[in-house]
Design a protein around this ligand. Structure first.
Ligand code: ATP
Ligand code: MG
Length: 425
Protein backbone atom coordinates (compact mmCIF):
# COMPACT_ATOMS: atom_id res chain seq x y z
CA UNK A 1 0.00 0.00 0.00
CA UNK A 2 1.26 3.46 -0.84
CA UNK A 3 0.82 5.80 2.11
CA UNK A 4 1.12 9.56 2.43
CA UNK A 5 4.49 11.03 3.38
CA UNK A 6 5.11 11.49 7.11
CA UNK A 7 3.82 14.80 8.43
CA UNK A 8 1.26 15.36 5.67
CA UNK A 9 -2.51 15.20 6.07
CA UNK A 10 -5.53 14.14 4.05
CA UNK A 11 -8.48 16.39 4.77
CA UNK A 12 -11.61 14.36 4.12
CA UNK A 13 -15.11 15.58 3.15
CA UNK A 14 -16.38 15.08 6.71
CA UNK A 15 -13.69 17.51 7.89
CA UNK A 16 -13.66 20.08 5.10
CA UNK A 17 -16.76 22.04 6.24
CA UNK A 18 -14.88 23.46 9.22
CA UNK A 19 -11.92 24.32 6.96
CA UNK A 20 -14.26 26.04 4.53
CA UNK A 21 -15.92 27.96 7.33
CA UNK A 22 -12.51 29.02 8.66
CA UNK A 23 -11.32 30.14 5.24
CA UNK A 24 -14.57 31.94 4.52
CA UNK A 25 -14.42 33.77 7.85
CA UNK A 26 -10.78 34.74 7.23
CA UNK A 27 -11.71 36.13 3.79
CA UNK A 28 -14.59 38.13 5.27
CA UNK A 29 -12.46 39.58 8.05
CA UNK A 30 -9.62 40.42 5.61
CA UNK A 31 -12.15 42.25 3.42
CA UNK A 32 -13.52 44.15 6.45
CA UNK A 33 -10.00 45.42 7.09
CA UNK A 34 -9.43 46.38 3.45
CA UNK A 35 -7.05 43.60 2.40
CA UNK A 36 -6.77 42.20 -1.13
CA UNK A 37 -5.83 38.59 -1.89
CA UNK A 38 -2.42 37.70 -3.36
CA UNK A 39 -1.33 34.28 -4.69
CA UNK A 40 2.25 33.23 -5.38
CA UNK A 41 4.25 30.16 -6.49
CA UNK A 42 4.70 26.99 -4.45
CA UNK A 43 8.47 27.10 -4.97
CA UNK A 44 10.92 29.96 -5.19
CA UNK A 45 14.64 30.40 -5.62
CA UNK A 46 16.29 29.13 -2.43
CA UNK A 47 18.12 32.42 -2.01
CA UNK A 48 14.83 34.21 -1.27
CA UNK A 49 14.38 32.30 1.98
CA UNK A 50 18.06 32.23 2.89
CA UNK A 51 18.06 36.03 2.68
CA UNK A 52 14.51 36.72 3.84
CA UNK A 53 13.96 34.19 6.61
CA UNK A 54 17.66 34.18 7.55
CA UNK A 55 20.27 31.52 7.08
CA UNK A 56 20.86 30.92 10.79
CA UNK A 57 17.20 30.16 11.54
CA UNK A 58 15.89 26.65 12.21
CA UNK A 59 13.63 26.97 9.18
CA UNK A 60 16.51 27.57 6.77
CA UNK A 61 19.13 25.44 8.51
CA UNK A 62 17.05 22.34 9.15
CA UNK A 63 13.56 22.45 7.71
CA UNK A 64 13.55 23.44 4.05
CA UNK A 65 12.61 21.19 1.15
CA UNK A 66 15.34 22.26 -1.24
CA UNK A 67 16.10 20.63 -4.58
CA UNK A 68 17.95 21.30 -7.80
CA UNK A 69 15.73 21.66 -10.84
CA UNK A 70 16.67 20.06 -14.15
CA UNK A 71 18.80 23.11 -14.96
CA UNK A 72 20.74 22.79 -11.72
CA UNK A 73 19.16 25.83 -10.02
CA UNK A 74 18.45 25.57 -6.31
CA UNK A 75 14.72 25.80 -5.60
CA UNK A 76 12.80 25.53 -2.31
CA UNK A 77 9.18 24.67 -1.52
CA UNK A 78 7.96 27.75 0.38
CA UNK A 79 8.39 27.26 4.15
CA UNK A 80 6.37 30.45 4.82
CA UNK A 81 4.56 33.20 2.95
CA UNK A 82 6.00 36.59 3.95
CA UNK A 83 9.23 36.36 1.92
CA UNK A 84 7.16 35.28 -1.12
CA UNK A 85 4.77 38.23 -0.72
CA UNK A 86 7.67 40.65 -0.38
CA UNK A 87 9.33 39.22 -3.49
CA UNK A 88 6.07 39.60 -5.40
CA UNK A 89 5.47 43.15 -4.13
CA UNK A 90 8.93 44.20 -5.34
CA UNK A 91 8.78 42.31 -8.64
CA UNK A 92 5.33 43.64 -9.55
CA UNK A 93 6.01 47.22 -8.53
CA UNK A 94 3.33 47.24 -5.83
CA UNK A 95 5.70 49.24 -3.64
CA UNK A 96 4.81 52.24 -5.82
CA UNK A 97 1.07 51.96 -5.14
CA UNK A 98 -0.98 53.93 -2.64
CA UNK A 99 0.07 53.10 0.90
CA UNK A 100 -0.70 51.36 3.11
CA UNK A 101 -0.75 48.28 0.91
CA UNK A 102 -2.72 45.47 2.54
CA UNK A 103 -2.48 41.89 1.28
CA UNK A 104 -3.71 38.51 2.48
CA UNK A 105 -3.04 34.96 1.34
CA UNK A 106 -3.86 31.32 1.87
CA UNK A 107 -0.94 29.02 1.32
CA UNK A 108 0.48 25.62 2.10
CA UNK A 109 3.94 25.64 3.65
CA UNK A 110 6.58 22.93 3.74
CA UNK A 111 8.94 22.36 6.64
CA UNK A 112 10.88 19.24 7.50
CA UNK A 113 9.81 19.14 11.16
CA UNK A 114 9.27 16.40 13.70
CA UNK A 115 5.54 15.70 13.25
CA UNK A 116 3.29 16.01 16.31
CA UNK A 117 -0.18 17.33 17.17
CA UNK A 118 -0.53 20.62 15.29
CA UNK A 119 2.91 20.22 13.70
CA UNK A 120 3.15 18.92 10.15
CA UNK A 121 5.57 18.89 7.24
CA UNK A 122 2.97 20.34 4.93
CA UNK A 123 0.62 22.74 6.70
CA UNK A 124 -1.67 25.60 5.77
CA UNK A 125 -1.56 29.26 6.64
CA UNK A 126 -3.78 32.28 6.38
CA UNK A 127 -1.48 35.30 6.35
CA UNK A 128 -1.77 39.07 6.15
CA UNK A 129 0.85 41.71 5.35
CA UNK A 130 0.57 45.48 5.68
CA UNK A 131 3.19 47.65 3.98
CA UNK A 132 3.99 51.35 4.12
CA UNK A 133 3.17 52.18 7.74
CA UNK A 134 5.51 52.04 10.71
CA UNK A 135 3.27 53.48 13.39
CA UNK A 136 2.10 51.67 16.53
CA UNK A 137 -1.42 52.27 15.13
CA UNK A 138 -0.66 49.97 12.20
CA UNK A 139 0.59 47.30 14.63
CA UNK A 140 -2.62 47.67 16.62
CA UNK A 141 -4.77 47.29 13.50
CA UNK A 142 -2.95 44.15 12.40
CA UNK A 143 -3.32 42.63 15.86
CA UNK A 144 -7.00 43.60 15.93
CA UNK A 145 -7.56 41.84 12.58
CA UNK A 146 -6.26 38.61 14.10
CA UNK A 147 -8.33 39.25 17.23
CA UNK A 148 -11.52 39.75 15.18
CA UNK A 149 -10.86 36.56 13.22
CA UNK A 150 -10.28 34.44 16.32
CA UNK A 151 -13.38 35.86 18.02
CA UNK A 152 -15.52 35.12 14.95
CA UNK A 153 -14.23 31.56 14.95
CA UNK A 154 -15.14 31.22 18.61
CA UNK A 155 -11.53 30.61 19.65
CA UNK A 156 -10.47 32.00 23.00
CA UNK A 157 -6.81 32.80 22.59
CA UNK A 158 -4.27 34.55 24.76
CA UNK A 159 -2.33 37.35 23.11
CA UNK A 160 1.32 37.82 23.98
CA UNK A 161 3.31 40.77 22.71
CA UNK A 162 6.94 41.83 22.86
CA UNK A 163 9.43 44.10 21.14
CA UNK A 164 12.67 42.69 19.83
CA UNK A 165 14.17 46.07 19.03
CA UNK A 166 15.63 47.49 15.86
CA UNK A 167 19.02 47.76 14.26
CA UNK A 168 19.94 50.52 16.70
CA UNK A 169 19.32 48.60 19.90
CA UNK A 170 20.01 45.07 18.65
CA UNK A 171 23.87 45.24 18.71
CA UNK A 172 24.06 45.95 22.46
CA UNK A 173 21.55 43.19 23.20
CA UNK A 174 23.46 40.84 20.95
CA UNK A 175 26.66 41.48 22.91
CA UNK A 176 24.83 40.80 26.17
CA UNK A 177 23.44 37.53 24.82
CA UNK A 178 26.81 36.37 23.51
CA UNK A 179 28.52 36.93 26.83
CA UNK A 180 25.66 35.22 28.69
CA UNK A 181 25.51 32.14 26.47
CA UNK A 182 29.29 31.85 26.28
CA UNK A 183 29.24 30.70 29.92
CA UNK A 184 27.15 27.70 28.87
CA UNK A 185 28.76 27.06 25.48
CA UNK A 186 29.57 23.42 26.27
CA UNK A 187 25.96 22.57 27.12
CA UNK A 188 24.30 24.23 24.12
CA UNK A 189 23.12 22.01 21.26
CA UNK A 190 25.41 21.83 18.21
CA UNK A 191 23.25 24.19 16.17
CA UNK A 192 23.14 26.80 18.91
CA UNK A 193 26.88 26.57 19.51
CA UNK A 194 27.28 27.33 15.83
CA UNK A 195 24.94 30.33 16.13
CA UNK A 196 26.44 31.74 19.29
CA UNK A 197 28.45 34.42 17.51
CA UNK A 198 26.45 34.81 14.31
CA UNK A 199 22.89 35.02 15.70
CA UNK A 200 22.61 34.47 19.47
CA UNK A 201 18.93 35.53 19.53
CA UNK A 202 18.06 32.28 17.74
CA UNK A 203 19.17 30.34 20.85
CA UNK A 204 16.18 31.88 22.70
CA UNK A 205 13.93 30.16 20.18
CA UNK A 206 15.65 26.74 20.19
CA UNK A 207 13.35 23.81 20.94
CA UNK A 208 16.03 21.72 22.72
CA UNK A 209 15.12 21.45 26.44
CA UNK A 210 18.69 22.15 27.59
CA UNK A 211 18.96 25.29 25.46
CA UNK A 212 15.51 26.37 26.65
CA UNK A 213 16.58 25.90 30.24
CA UNK A 214 19.73 27.96 29.73
CA UNK A 215 17.76 30.63 27.85
CA UNK A 216 15.40 31.15 30.80
CA UNK A 217 17.84 33.40 32.63
CA UNK A 218 19.27 35.12 29.56
CA UNK A 219 19.20 38.93 29.43
CA UNK A 220 15.79 40.24 28.41
CA UNK A 221 15.49 42.22 25.19
CA UNK A 222 13.11 44.68 26.85
CA UNK A 223 15.99 45.95 29.01
CA UNK A 224 17.98 46.90 25.92
CA UNK A 225 15.39 48.71 23.80
CA UNK A 226 16.32 52.13 22.46
CA UNK A 227 14.07 55.06 23.25
CA UNK A 228 12.21 54.83 19.95
CA UNK A 229 11.47 51.10 20.31
CA UNK A 230 10.43 51.48 23.95
CA UNK A 231 8.06 54.32 23.12
CA UNK A 232 6.67 52.39 20.10
CA UNK A 233 5.84 49.54 22.47
CA UNK A 234 4.22 51.84 25.04
CA UNK A 235 2.03 53.42 22.37
CA UNK A 236 0.99 50.03 21.04
CA UNK A 237 -0.02 48.93 24.53
CA UNK A 238 -2.05 52.11 25.01
CA UNK A 239 -3.81 51.53 21.68
CA UNK A 240 -4.63 47.91 22.56
CA UNK A 241 -5.91 49.01 25.98
CA UNK A 242 -8.02 51.64 24.28
CA UNK A 243 -9.56 49.08 21.90
CA UNK A 244 -10.17 46.64 24.71
CA UNK A 245 -7.92 43.89 23.37
CA UNK A 246 -6.30 42.13 26.29
CA UNK A 247 -2.68 41.01 26.10
CA UNK A 248 0.28 40.06 28.16
CA UNK A 249 3.82 41.25 27.56
CA UNK A 250 6.24 38.36 27.31
CA UNK A 251 9.94 39.10 26.75
CA UNK A 252 10.42 35.42 25.88
CA UNK A 253 8.73 35.86 22.51
CA UNK A 254 11.40 36.36 19.87
CA UNK A 255 9.89 34.51 16.85
CA UNK A 256 11.75 32.00 14.74
CA UNK A 257 12.41 34.08 11.64
CA UNK A 258 15.18 36.67 11.32
CA UNK A 259 13.27 39.44 9.62
CA UNK A 260 11.35 40.71 12.62
CA UNK A 261 11.96 44.14 14.17
CA UNK A 262 10.20 45.90 17.03
CA UNK A 263 6.72 44.43 17.64
CA UNK A 264 6.24 40.66 17.69
CA UNK A 265 3.15 38.81 18.90
CA UNK A 266 1.58 35.39 19.27
CA UNK A 267 -1.93 34.17 19.95
CA UNK A 268 -1.92 30.97 21.98
CA UNK A 269 -4.86 28.58 22.38
CA UNK A 270 -5.66 24.95 23.28
CA UNK A 271 -5.53 22.74 20.21
CA UNK A 272 -5.48 19.23 21.66
CA UNK A 273 -6.21 17.17 24.76
CA UNK A 274 -3.80 14.65 26.24
CA UNK A 275 -5.39 11.21 25.86
CA UNK A 276 -4.11 10.02 29.25
CA UNK A 277 -4.31 13.04 31.52
CA UNK A 278 -7.10 14.85 29.62
CA UNK A 279 -5.05 18.02 30.00
CA UNK A 280 -5.37 20.68 27.31
CA UNK A 281 -2.32 21.22 25.12
CA UNK A 282 -1.78 24.76 23.92
CA UNK A 283 0.17 25.99 20.92
CA UNK A 284 0.69 29.21 19.00
CA UNK A 285 -2.14 29.45 16.50
CA UNK A 286 -1.28 32.81 15.01
CA UNK A 287 2.02 34.66 15.06
CA UNK A 288 3.58 37.68 13.49
CA UNK A 289 5.40 40.93 13.82
CA UNK A 290 6.97 43.95 12.21
CA UNK A 291 9.66 43.59 9.53
CA UNK A 292 10.88 47.05 8.65
CA UNK A 293 14.10 45.92 6.94
CA UNK A 294 12.81 42.94 4.93
CA UNK A 295 11.79 44.64 1.69
CA UNK A 296 15.23 46.25 1.42
CA UNK A 297 16.92 42.97 2.34
CA UNK A 298 15.23 41.30 -0.62
CA UNK A 299 16.31 44.06 -3.00
CA UNK A 300 13.36 46.47 -2.84
CA UNK A 301 12.97 50.03 -1.60
CA UNK A 302 12.81 51.04 2.05
CA UNK A 303 9.31 49.95 2.93
CA UNK A 304 8.20 49.04 6.45
CA UNK A 305 5.82 46.14 6.95
CA UNK A 306 3.96 44.12 9.55
CA UNK A 307 1.96 40.92 9.28
CA UNK A 308 1.04 37.60 10.78
CA UNK A 309 0.34 34.04 9.76
CA UNK A 310 -2.28 31.85 11.38
CA UNK A 311 -1.87 28.09 11.04
CA UNK A 312 -5.15 26.85 9.54
CA UNK A 313 -4.56 23.31 10.84
CA UNK A 314 -4.28 24.78 14.33
CA UNK A 315 -7.29 27.10 13.90
CA UNK A 316 -9.35 24.06 12.94
CA UNK A 317 -8.01 22.03 15.87
CA UNK A 318 -8.69 24.92 18.27
CA UNK A 319 -12.31 25.14 17.10
CA UNK A 320 -12.70 21.42 17.55
CA UNK A 321 -11.36 21.55 21.11
CA UNK A 322 -13.68 24.49 21.83
CA UNK A 323 -16.52 22.25 20.60
CA UNK A 324 -17.83 24.77 18.08
CA UNK A 325 -17.34 23.11 14.71
CA UNK A 326 -20.82 21.70 14.20
CA UNK A 327 -21.21 22.65 10.58
CA UNK A 328 -24.10 21.08 8.67
CA UNK A 329 -23.29 19.53 5.35
CA UNK A 330 -25.34 20.11 2.27
CA UNK A 331 -28.47 17.88 2.17
CA UNK A 332 -30.02 16.61 -1.08
CA UNK A 333 -33.20 18.54 -1.98
CA UNK A 334 -34.69 15.94 -4.26
CA UNK A 335 -33.74 12.37 -5.05
CA UNK A 336 -35.12 10.87 -8.26
CA UNK A 337 -35.32 7.08 -8.29
CA UNK A 338 -35.70 5.71 -11.83
CA UNK A 339 -36.72 2.10 -12.55
CA UNK A 340 -35.40 0.91 -15.90
CA UNK A 341 -33.46 2.48 -18.71
CA UNK A 342 -36.07 4.85 -20.15
CA UNK A 343 -36.82 6.30 -16.71
CA UNK A 344 -33.11 6.60 -16.03
CA UNK A 345 -32.74 8.67 -19.21
CA UNK A 346 -35.48 10.98 -18.01
CA UNK A 347 -33.99 11.21 -14.51
CA UNK A 348 -30.55 12.22 -15.82
CA UNK A 349 -32.10 15.12 -17.71
CA UNK A 350 -34.29 16.15 -14.75
CA UNK A 351 -31.36 16.34 -12.29
CA UNK A 352 -29.39 18.32 -14.86
CA UNK A 353 -32.23 20.85 -15.11
CA UNK A 354 -32.67 21.04 -11.36
CA UNK A 355 -28.96 21.64 -10.79
CA UNK A 356 -28.99 24.33 -13.48
CA UNK A 357 -31.59 26.07 -11.32
CA UNK A 358 -29.34 25.75 -8.28
CA UNK A 359 -31.29 22.88 -6.71
CA UNK A 360 -29.22 20.06 -5.24
CA UNK A 361 -30.69 16.96 -6.93
CA UNK A 362 -29.46 13.38 -7.19
CA UNK A 363 -30.58 10.30 -9.11
CA UNK A 364 -29.33 6.76 -9.39
CA UNK A 365 -26.17 6.26 -11.46
CA UNK A 366 -25.15 2.96 -9.91
CA UNK A 367 -28.01 0.78 -11.20
CA UNK A 368 -29.45 -0.04 -7.78
CA UNK A 369 -32.79 -1.62 -6.87
CA UNK A 370 -35.61 0.65 -5.69
CA UNK A 371 -35.12 -0.49 -2.10
CA UNK A 372 -31.45 0.39 -1.99
CA UNK A 373 -32.08 3.65 -3.86
CA UNK A 374 -34.50 4.64 -1.09
CA UNK A 375 -31.94 3.72 1.54
CA UNK A 376 -29.40 5.89 -0.22
CA UNK A 377 -31.89 8.79 -0.48
CA UNK A 378 -32.44 8.52 3.27
CA UNK A 379 -28.70 8.50 3.97
CA UNK A 380 -28.15 11.65 1.95
CA UNK A 381 -30.92 13.37 3.90
CA UNK A 382 -33.06 13.90 0.77
CA UNK A 383 -35.99 16.24 1.49
CA UNK A 384 -38.08 14.91 -1.42
CA UNK A 385 -38.10 11.75 -3.50
CA UNK A 386 -39.71 10.97 -6.85
CA UNK A 387 -40.07 7.38 -8.08
CA UNK A 388 -40.11 7.00 -11.86
CA UNK A 389 -41.42 3.76 -13.37
CA UNK A 390 -42.84 2.94 -16.84
CA UNK A 391 -46.25 4.20 -15.78
CA UNK A 392 -44.93 7.61 -14.74
CA UNK A 393 -43.04 8.04 -17.99
CA UNK A 394 -46.12 7.07 -19.99
CA UNK A 395 -48.52 9.41 -18.18
CA UNK A 396 -45.97 12.17 -17.64
CA UNK A 397 -46.98 12.33 -13.98
CA UNK A 398 -45.31 11.19 -10.78
CA UNK A 399 -45.62 11.37 -7.02
CA UNK A 400 -43.42 13.79 -5.11
CA UNK A 401 -42.96 12.59 -1.57
CA UNK A 402 -41.92 14.86 1.26
CA UNK A 403 -39.65 12.63 3.33
CA UNK A 404 -40.23 14.50 6.57
CA UNK A 405 -44.03 14.77 6.54
CA UNK A 406 -44.70 11.76 4.24
CA UNK A 407 -47.02 14.10 2.32
CA UNK A 408 -47.47 13.04 -1.32
CA UNK A 409 -48.28 15.36 -4.21
CA UNK A 410 -48.93 14.38 -7.79
CA UNK A 411 -46.74 16.44 -10.12
CA UNK A 412 -46.27 16.79 -13.86
CA UNK A 413 -42.84 15.47 -14.82
CA UNK A 414 -42.04 18.28 -17.20
CA UNK A 415 -42.70 20.78 -14.43
CA UNK A 416 -40.54 19.06 -11.84
CA UNK A 417 -37.97 21.85 -11.72
CA UNK A 418 -40.52 24.63 -11.15
CA UNK A 419 -42.43 22.56 -8.60
CA UNK A 420 -39.32 21.73 -6.59
CA UNK A 421 -38.18 25.33 -6.51
CA UNK A 422 -41.67 26.40 -5.29
CA UNK A 423 -41.80 23.64 -2.66
CA UNK A 424 -38.76 25.03 -0.90
CA UNK A 425 -40.19 28.54 -0.52
P1 ATP B 1 6.34 27.09 16.13
O1 ATP B 1 7.01 27.87 17.21
O2 ATP B 1 5.04 26.44 16.57
O3 ATP B 1 7.27 26.16 15.42
P2 ATP B 1 6.86 29.06 14.15
O4 ATP B 1 7.44 30.15 14.95
O5 ATP B 1 7.75 28.19 13.39
O6 ATP B 1 5.88 28.18 15.07
P3 ATP B 1 5.68 30.71 12.10
O7 ATP B 1 6.76 30.42 11.15
O8 ATP B 1 5.60 32.08 12.66
O9 ATP B 1 5.68 29.62 13.25
O10 ATP B 1 4.28 30.30 11.46
C1 ATP B 1 3.06 30.93 11.83
C2 ATP B 1 2.04 29.93 12.25
O11 ATP B 1 1.99 28.83 11.36
C3 ATP B 1 2.29 29.28 13.60
O12 ATP B 1 1.84 30.08 14.65
C4 ATP B 1 1.47 28.01 13.49
O13 ATP B 1 0.10 28.29 13.75
C5 ATP B 1 1.65 27.64 12.05
N1 ATP B 1 2.71 26.63 11.90
C6 ATP B 1 4.05 26.82 11.88
N2 ATP B 1 4.69 25.65 11.70
C7 ATP B 1 3.73 24.70 11.60
C8 ATP B 1 3.74 23.28 11.39
N3 ATP B 1 4.88 22.62 11.21
N4 ATP B 1 2.55 22.62 11.32
C9 ATP B 1 1.38 23.28 11.47
N5 ATP B 1 1.30 24.60 11.67
C10 ATP B 1 2.46 25.31 11.74
MG1 MG C 1 8.65 26.31 13.83
Amino acid sequence: MIIKPRGTTDILPKDTPVWQKTEQTAREVAALYGYGEIRFPTFEQTELFARGVGDTTDVVQKEMYTFLDKDGRSMTLRPEGTACVVRSVIENGLAGEAMPLKLYYFTSCFRYEKPAAGRYREFYQFGTELFGAETPASDAQVISLADTLLKRLGIRAELKINSIGCKNCRPKYREALISYFRQYEDRLCDTCRGRLNSNPMRILDCKSPICQDIAKNAPKVTEYLCEECASHMDKLKALLDNTGISYETDPGIVRGLDYYTKTVFEFIAPIDRDAKTNELKTLTICAGGRYDGLVEEIGGPRLPGIGFAAGLDRLVAAQRIAGNNTEKTNAVRVYIAPLGEVASFFAQKAVYQLREKGIYAECDIVGRSLKSQMKYADKTGAEYTVILGDNEIETGKAVLRNMKTSEQTEIKLDEIDTIISKEGQ
